[in-house]
Design a protein around this ligand. Structure first.
Ligand code: HEM
Length: 110
C-alpha cells in the first residue's frame, strides 16, 4: 500500500487500484489546469489576451489572476466577440465558473 498526497487530496492505492474515494473525490482528482481549465482557453482567446499580459495557457498567470478571470467571465465581460468561437452561452459560462471554482477549491492542481 502507498499513500500519496496530491492537490490536497488523499489518495490511497493498493497496486494501481484506488479505493475508498467518493465519486466527488474521484472527480476532484481528475480536475487539473491541464485537463479541465486550459482547454476552455482556445488558441484565439489566448492570442488576444497575451498582449494584455494575461497568458491564459500559463498556470502561474491564471492562478494569480484567478479572481479577475473569475469576475470577468461571471460578469459576462469575457470572452468578448473577436474570435470565431465567439462569446460563451450561459451553459458554457456556468460550467466554466463551476470548474474554475472547483479547481481553486482543490488547491489549484496543475
Ligand atoms: C483578468 C481577466 C481578463 C481581463 C482583465 C481581460 C481584459 C481584456 C481587455 C482589456 C481586452 C481588450 C483588448 C482589446 O480591446 O483589444 C480583452 C480582449 C479579449 N479578451 Fe480578455 N480579459 C480577461 C480574461 C479573458 C478570458 C478568460 C478570455 C477567454 C476565455 C478572454 C478573451 C478575450 C478576447 C477573445 C478578446 C478579444 C478582443 C479583440 O477582438 O481584440 N479574456 N480582454
Amino acid at each position: 500500500m502507498n499513500i500519496n498526497r496530491n492537490a490536497n487530496q488523499l489518495r490511497v492505492c493498493v497496486g494501481d487500484r484506488q479505493f475508498g474515494l467518493k465519486e466527488e473525490d474521484q472527480m476532484a482528482l481528475s480536475m487539473s489546469f491541464d485537463t479541465v481549465i486550459r482547454p476552455y482557453f482556445t488558441p484565439c482567446y489566448r492570442a488576444h489576451m497575451v498582449p494584455a499580459n494575461l497568458d491564459l495557457w500559463d498556470y502561474d498567470t491564471v492562478k494569480q489572476a484567478w479572481q479577475a478571470i473569475h469576475d470577468s467571465v461571471k460578469n459576462k465581460k469575457m470572452p468578448v466577440a473577436g474570435c470565431a468561437e465567439g462569446v460563451w452561452d450561459d451553459r458554457t459560462r456556468d460550467q466554466f465558473i463551476a470548474d474554475f471554482v472547483a479547481w481553486k477549491a482543490g488547491g489549484f492542481p496543475k
